[in-house]
Design a protein around this ligand. Structure first.
Ligand SMILES: Nc1ncnc2c1ncn2[C@@H]1O[C@H](COP(=O)(O)OP(=O)(O)OP(=O)(O)O)[C@@H](O)[C@H]1O
Length: 644
């Protein structure tokens, strides 16, 4: 016996132990899903074999009749799931069963709270797969052999789901995988022909492979010719065993659509919505694409697998076709079945295929249409979608130039109009509320909602009753830098450049402003000298009502928020005197702290007040001071002199 063939006992990866524990406890009321998960894996294994065999027929080993068989044995209390799919090598068993290879898994488990209700929601984002067998079984025995390997290269994996598993090399004449579940005490309800068939019908009817079970045929006598058909056991296909997406829509129930989603997406929650469409023409294809109701745990993992499977004339080709969906629609799950591609496509051909890019462009349009329709017909569901995937859709504004307008229409923001963190204001909503004479869409970007909502820059807008969008997601800075216009309206940051709000001012107000500017001429000049290395200019503000000062960047400069983001990301930033373009300090002449400077004779005190004003403005905009102790020292000095 080789070292490899020896039986080894290995410990589960810690994450697997967590997952098992969590699953057994939180999915108890949903336990029949184990069968769906195992059938789903078996079907994937058959799909993979069919694809591999396109280039190497011998992998079928003379048996190309792919199917899944379900058996049960009442006295032994076992259920067995058998497939003649691709199978696994010893190494693959070790890598896939007993280990969770998905990146980000560790972080996922760190988010678990121990509160069962909350955690079971999280597990929905993760997918349960093979391990769901342990919901009903206290011992699982998996025997498998990879297609194309020798009979002696079978592998048996066994575990009681409690922390370790054994693995050994065994003989296995047939290729594929056989999983025996030894049911727990109390789970014997599944040892029932009718029960198993109804679970298969309910959850796995859409599987395009036949799922067979044995059927007892009782002996029958033909009256006419007196022939007796002996009692027999026959195979019977339990599911409808045809590709769901190839059926016409009116033949498919909502339930079937939903179960198919759970199979392709490895999710066990209902999808939010879907689109099923057959595109005719030279380049024919069928697509069935779903929007999940929850974001998967690895939504932000750039290496996460892509969720749309490519089939060619019902033969599975790949589930990792990044060419089928752009990155900003990476949460879409489902299938695309292309009619006119050759079956022997390689990865390289896929990458260069014109037909694939046409299909992709068509599929993107279908998804955008689906989302537009959802937004129009079901605001509540659309809001749910936005909360889960809004930030990903925003990437589309940056990435997908061709569909820019359509994506912009789908965007939702927080706004000063609703004054709520909920992002539910569309650009069209905003435009419908614009004031007479207003030709711009105003927005402010900040680090968080409170900072945006309380931004001094908003003061004049509140006074004049002009709505401002409050943008607080990181991606927003990139969004507004690529989306400069919507519906012929310019998107304007309220913290950049000059505001042309004076058209909303009366003549008297304009006159008054001119006088104030004159009045403060020397104060501004002196402040500018004090802050020479920090700001490019000090000027009177038309933006402020309550705050003493605010910082403004030039119309074409990077916003301060963007500089902060870059700085945090370790990028060379030119924020606040660190080189590059400096911001402008705008002061509110009506504020006592500014007013006091007019009569300040002591130059040192003037400089201290000016520094304090500048520093607190930086702070109130969410920035950080280069040297906070200097600020505190100056502030304390001022307070002491007031108290003296
Ligand atoms: N019947 C099978 N035949 C061949 N390989 C299998 C079979 N069952 C499982 N596998 C392999 O084990 C891997 C892990 O399966 P598991 O069900 O845990 O996760 P998954 O199906 O990849 O994803 P999810 O956790 O989202 O359900 C599969 O990706 C596949 O490579």
């Amino acid at each position: 016996m080789t070292v490899e063939a020896k039986k080894e006992t290995l410990g589960f990866q810690t994450e697997v132990k967590h997952l098992l524990h969590l699953m057994i406890h939180s999915l108890y009321s949903n336990k029949e899903i184990f069968l769906r998960e195992l059938i789903s894996n078996a079907s994937d294994a058959a799909d993979k074999l069919r694809f591999e065999a396109l280039g190497n027929d011998s992998l079928y080993e003379g048996d190309s009749d792919l199917k899944i068989r379900i058996e049960f044995n009442e006295p032994q209390k076992t259920i067995t799931i058998i497939d003649n799919g691709i199978g696994m090598t010893r190494e693959e068993v070790q890598d896939h069963i007993g280990t969770i290879a998905k990146s980000g898994t560790k972080q996922f488990f760190e988010r678990l709270t121990g509160d069962q209700a909350k955690d079971s929601e999280l597990i929905g984002q993760f997918g349960v797969g093979f391990y769901s067998a342990f919901i009903v079984a206290d011992k699982v025995s998996l025997t498998t052999r990879k297609a194309g390997t020798a009979v002696s290269e079978g592998v048996r994996w066994e575990s009681a789901g409690e922390g370790d598993y054994s693995i050994e090399t065994v003989e296995k004449p047939s290729r594929g995988t056989e999983i025996v579940l030894h049911l727990k005490e109390g789970e014997t309800e599944f040892l029932n022909d009718w029960r198993l068939r109804s679970i298969i019908k309910k959850f796995s009817d859409h599987i395009s492979l036949p799922i067979v079970m044995s059927k007892e045929v009782v002996a029958e006598q033909d009256e006419e010719n007196n022939e007796i058909t002996p009692a027999n056991i026959e195979d019977e296909t339990v599911n409808s065993a045809s590709a769901l997406w190839a059926k016409s829509k009116d033949e498919i129930s909502d339930e079937a659509y939903s179960e198919f989603y759970k199979h392709v997406a490895h999710d066990f929650q209902e999808p939010l919505t879907y689109v099923h469409s057959k595109v005719e023409g030279i380049n024919e294809y069928t697509l069935l694409l779903y929007v999940p109701s929850r974001a998967p745990f690895d939504l932000w993992d750039r290496d996460a697998k892509h969720g749309v499977k490519l089939y060619i004339r019902k033969v599975f080709i790949t589930d990792d076709a990044e060419q089928l969906m752009p990155r900003y629609l990476r949460f879409i799950r489902g299938i695309i079945d292309a009619d006119s591609l050759p079956l022997n496509v390689s990865r390289e051909i896929l990458q260069q295929s014109k037909q694939i890019s046409t299909i992709k462009a068509g599929a993107v349009k279908k998804v955008l249409g689906l989302l537009e329709n959802l937004a129009e017909t079901d605001g509540e569901k659309y809001q749910q979608f936005w909360e889960q995937f809004g930030n990903v859709i925003k990437e589309g504004s940056v990435e997908d130039f061709k569909n820019k307008e359509r994506i912009a229409k789908l965007l939702r923001f927080s706004s000063s109009h609703t004054d709520s963190k909920v992002q539910n204001v569309s650009l069209d909503d905003y435009i419908s509320r614009m004031k007479e004479g207003q030709d711009k869409i105003y927005f402010v970007t900040a680090d968080n909602f409170a900072a945006a909502k309380n931004s001094p820059h908003l003061e004049v807008f509140r006074k004049k009753n002009i709505e401002v969008l409050l943008l607080t997601d990181r991606i927003d800075e990139w969004l507004v830098s690529s989306l400069s216009e919507y519906n012929d309206k310019h998107l304007q940051s309220i913290s950049k450049g000059e505001l042309d709000l004076d058209k909303f001012d009366t003549e008297a107000e304009k006159q008054q402003q001119a006088e104030i500017s004159k009045d403060f001429e020397s104060v501004l000049k002196q402040m500018q000298e004090v802050l020479a290395d920090k700001v490019s200019e000090v000027r009177i503000s038309h933006r402020l009502t309550d705050s003493p000062a605010c910082l403004v960047t030039g119309a074409y400069d990077m916003s301060l928020n963007m500089e902060r983001i870059m700085k945090e990301a370790g990028q060379a930033a030119n924020m606040l005197g660190m080189g590059g373009s400096k911001p402008i300090l705008e002061v509110n002449p009506e504020h006592a702290l500014v007013n006091v400077l007019k009569n300040e004779q002591d130059d040192a005190r003037f400089a201290d007040i000016t520094h304090i004003l500048f520093d607190q403005t930086v702070l109130s905009e969410g920035g950080q001071l280069d040297d906070p102790s200097v600020f505190v020292h100056k502030l304390n000095g001022l307070l002491q002199s007031l108290l003296a």
